[in-house]
Design a protein around this ligand. Structure first.
Ligand code: NCD
Ligand code: ZN
Length: 347
């Protein structure tokens, strides 16, 4: 059996680093990545090129010296976004993508889009310039069941946007359903990120035997058949699927509450858990594609030049149960089983 796997340095195509004390606490846990697409849902959100450049500088200041991580910034699309600002920020190398949140879909999404026709000029400019649109794919219609919101989004929003904007490159972020996987496979100019937690939990993990707020994220984990579809997609070698951890730290106080917020903090252990999932699927030879090659290719970038190793040992890998951030604790995602894959940095 394979006990050591040398792969190109991984990237993360969907990461929340937050700001201020939380940024300072969580950024070092992502410092060993090659690149990461940084989500713009701060309060207030990152909406202009100038704000993205300033946020990038705060991230770089929060990282230890000599790290490999290169943050790739995104803009938060609003109905007031100026196409010229998006094009200029992209041309200057400040942003790599734009993020679409339907208004109210998830944490810090109040400034998101309500009327998709109002962002059409931005989307057309992006299609022309080859700027990818990262999509939070859930409708917010209160009449739609939360477990159906991704599938309904595809029909009601995503397909009409893509049909109206030929050539627009789209990443369906944190895909959670067999419907999403099938949709991504059916088209051109579309890829999808898959989180580590959606590869290991289904909705029973959240709800059976007591409510587990640290497994609550959006899109919410679905039934087991959907989890299996995600594992199949991730381990299939299909280049349209790539890593996006959606590591989304929140203070425990905000999650362990009568109205707990959405997000799993996976930065410390996502890669080790991913190796476990691929091993179980008999697909360790495809791990590198998922973590280190497919996303870069989608974004038109070369793979990272350097490597890391994943080593399988008898003793389980360790990580802290929780970290502290500005006097608050933040719980690290618990896969619920021992993970025997350890990371060794070859750099
Ligand atoms: C994210 C967050 O906390 O910012 N939460 C989550 O559950 N994934 C927002 C998001 O990506 O939906
Ligand atoms: Zn996210």
């Amino acid at each position: 059996m394979n006990t050591k796997l040398r792969i190109r340095r991984p990237d993360d195509w969907h990461l929340h680093l937050r700001d201020r004390e939380m940024l300072a606490a969580v950024a070092p846990w992502s410092a060993g990545l090659g690149r990461a697409i940084i989500m713009p849902n701060l309060v207030p959100p990152v909406v202009t090129g100038a704000e993205a450049a300033a946020y990038r500088d705060r991230i770089l200041a929060a990282l230890p010296e000599n790290v490999t991580l290169r943050p790739l910034m995104t803009l938060y699309l609003t109905e007031a976004t100026d196409p010229a600002d998006v094009l200029a920020a992209h041309a200057q190398g400040i942003i790599a993508a734009v993020k679409l949140y339907p208004a109210g879909a998830t944490t810090n999404s109040a400034s998101g889009v309500r009327d998709f026709d109002r962002v059409r000029p931005v989307l057309e400019a992006m299609a022309g310039a080859g700027i990818p649109l990262c999509v939070h794919g859930e409708v917010t219609d209160p009449a739609v069941d939360i477990f159906d919101r991704e599938a309904v989004f595809i029909d009601r929003v995503l397909e009409p946007i893509r049909r109206a904007t030929p050539g627009l490159r789209v990443v369906m972020e944190h895909v959670t359903t067999a419907d999403g996987v099938a949709y991504v496979r059916s088209g051109d100019n579309i890829g999808a990120t898959i989180t580590t937690h959606h590869l290991v939990i289904n909705r029973n993990h959240i709800l059976v035997g007591g409510i587990r707020p640290h497994y609550y994220c959006l899109p919410v984990a679905k039934r087991e058949s959907h989890r299996l579809a995600l594992v199949e997609a991730a381990t299939s070698g299909d280049p349209r699927f790539f890593t996006g951890t959606d590591s989304a730290p929140h203070p425990d106080r905000a999650k362990e509450s009568a109205c707990g917020c959405a997000g799993c903090f996976t930065a410390p252990n996502w890669l080790q858990i991913c190796a476990h999932v691929f091993e179980q699927a008999g697909a360790l030879d495809r791990l590198e594609g998922f973590t280190s090659l497919h996303g870069a290719a989608f974004y038109g970038l070369d793979p990272n030049p350097d490597h890391i190793s994943l080593v399988r040992r008898d003793e389980p890998a360790r990580w802290p149960e929780r970290i502290t951030a500005g006097g608050e604790t933040v719980t690290v995602f618990d896969p619920g089983f021992p993970v025997h894959w350890h990371i060794e940095d070859d750099a």
